[in-house]
Design a protein around this ligand. Sequence first.
Ligand SMILES: Cc1cc2nc3c(=O)[nH]c(=O)nc-3n(C[C@H](O)[C@H](O)[C@H](O)COP(=O)(O)OP(=O)(O)OC[C@H]3O[C@@H](n4cnc5c(N)ncnc54)[C@H](O)[C@@H]3O)c2cc1C
Length: 440
Amino acid sequence: MRSFGVVIVIIALAIPAYWFAQLAPNRDAEALFSQYLGVTALVAMGLSQLLATRMAVLEPIFGGLDRIYVLHKWLGVGAIVAILLHDTIDADMEALGRQTGLMEFAETLGEISLYGILILGVLTIATWVPYQFWRLTHKFMGAFFVLSALHFIFIGKPFDLGDPLAVYVLAICAVGTLSYLYTLVPFGVLQGRAAYEVASVDKTGDTVAISLKPLRGGISHRAGQFAFVSFVVPGKSEVHPFTISAAPNADKTIRFTAKALGDYTRSLGELAVGMRARVSRAYGHFQSSKRGSCDVWIGAGIGITPFLAWSGRRDLVPRPTHLFYCVQSKSNAVGLDELEAAAAADPNLTLHVVDSTVSGRLTADQISDAIGGVGKGVNAHFCGPTPMRKALKDGLVAKGMRRSAFHYEEFEIRSDLGLRKFSGWLIARGVRRFSKTASS
Ligand SMILES: Cc1cc2nc3c(=O)[nH]c(=O)nc-3n(C[C@H](O)[C@H](O)[C@H](O)COP(=O)(O)OP(=O)(O)OC[C@H]3O[C@@H](n4cnc5c(N)ncnc54)[C@H](O)[C@@H]3O)c2cc1C
């Protein structure tokens, strides 16, 4: 995530505090704080709606779309916490002085949006709820945001709608509402989508590589970017993100390499040559490093896809580069021939296949031994499971790599809040305590 974007968000959230501080003298502090929280929640939700639009202008400010979704999630979580506190503190509106004739109506709107947002928020962090069902319900989040904005307009406040504070909040609400309407427009209608045709379908174990050739201009992409694809085939029209697993080329053919993780990805093996597809523009800022003395690329399982694209471009391998391909078995290792050929052709590229059934899981020690020591000039790029990423990052940093030199791509648009891990830790701790007490 770009710090610049995060700073913009922090400033946007902090701005109302300045006007609320001016209102503080002679007003009920509790009621004012409750309204401040309500306003902050609206600003967070408005920005979160904007981030959900996938507009091209957002990536240069906030970073790749995968990180934008992370920011979108945390703004949503922050908004829910602020709304809950706003409601719990239960502001005495009379203490704020100004009443409107629509107070009851405004309060009803507030209650509806509170419960709606809470229910949809719970569905979001309950990652076991099927993705497509969650996605459908999540579309109503914007509707509840609009109700919250109406609640703000009609509720009693210690300032007028023409005051700078209200104008600011209303402007953010307008941006959020327009963004919400924008997200309701079907895939590609406003942002464009390119028509493609399936050129080949190759299966390796539980993975399928689908090459697509453009019917007209095609999309432009940088190696390592991803796109949303939908096939014009009954049962395969859902829109899913996949890394473009081949380097850009002159005829603009692209390739997606998908692992059968669920119903949709399992069904991709049924695609046949000639079937039509629609592809969004390319997203993502997962790029190889411009500086340094040595690059380490780590692709675990299907996380190899960006590196398949990178290894196809010699200009992306300007210095000694070690690609660690972690697989559960070599027979399931998609793209292995291609990577071996790239390494054979490029003296800068060394391929290390780490078969976990033979040599166990990749560790920072193994990486360090293979590259001749980890120092400040080493850059690491990772794509794979989160626990592996955290372990390798900590290990490499402990060996001397700069923390900021570790880059990664998120393969999850919807992720939980780590509650499962946290509850697991709490239970384990409780069990340990209990057995200690019982034995003493
Ligand atoms: C930036 C990015 C790049 C990716 N690149 C690749 C790749 O190169 N190869 C690959 O195999 N996978 C890739 N994925 C993951 C891929 O999108 C999911 O595995 C796929 O959508 C799963 O769909 P499913 O219905 O078969 O599985 P399900 O079992 O329904 O879903 C498995 C998980 O995938 C996610 N998911 C499901 N449907 C969607 C959707 N429509 N949009 C977004 N996420 C969804 C959900 O988090 C869900 O929990 C990438 C994901 C992202 C965000």
